[in-house]
Design a protein around this ligand. Sequence first.
Ligand SMILES: CC(C)(COP(=O)(O)OP(=O)(O)OC[C@H]1O[C@@H](n2cnc3c(N)ncnc32)[C@H](O)[C@@H]1OP(=O)(O)O)[C@@H](O)C(=O)NCCC(=O)NCCS
Length: 146
Amino acid sequence: MDIQIYQIGFGTPEYDEAVGLRYEVLRKPLGLDYSPEQLASEYDQVHLAAYGNSGALLAYLNLTPAGTETVKMRQVAVATALQGKGIGTLLVAESERLAQRLQFEGMTLHARETAVPFYERLGYVREGERFEEVGIPHFKMKKALV
Ligand SMILES: CC(C)(COP(=O)(O)OP(=O)(O)OC[C@H]1O[C@@H](n2cnc3c(N)ncnc32)[C@H](O)[C@@H]1OP(=O)(O)O)[C@@H](O)C(=O)NCCC(=O)NCCS
């Protein structure tokens, strides 16, 4: 599958479509939704989306500076029917290249416990104790961008 990864703008139709994907993959299974305040706080974040040949949205993640040296990766979601095909790996790799171009030295994230093996394959390491977020167990993970 040919995959194109683009930075999309907050508040655009592409962003709205990505929020729909995020809802289906990350929130609906937990019986949760995004509040207007949560989405409004994303106005200054970097939004990356992966598209297939036909222009279909495949996956999404966003990046937020966490201090001057580190970026936080959030909301990593691959369309349910397309998981396990390497799309998440491509999107995370592209986000790391972008963060490096922006001179950041490290990536951090809160991984759902179920996704920890996915991030470990990509070189992320767990940091600290398991904690709860959106009602499910998570670990903080990090990776040096060198
Ligand atoms: C987790 C997620 C982003 C991974 O993206 P993906 O496109 O499905 O993953 P990839 O196909 O690139 O996987 C790369 C490797 O990680 C493994 N992997 C992916 N998800 C995994 C999981 N939940 N548990 C264990 N291994 C996993 C794959 O088997 C693959 O290994 P392989 O190369 O030996 O086959 C995606 O499955 C997803 O959106 N899941 C639901 C939402 C979620 O949990 N998001 C992360 C929130 S922190």
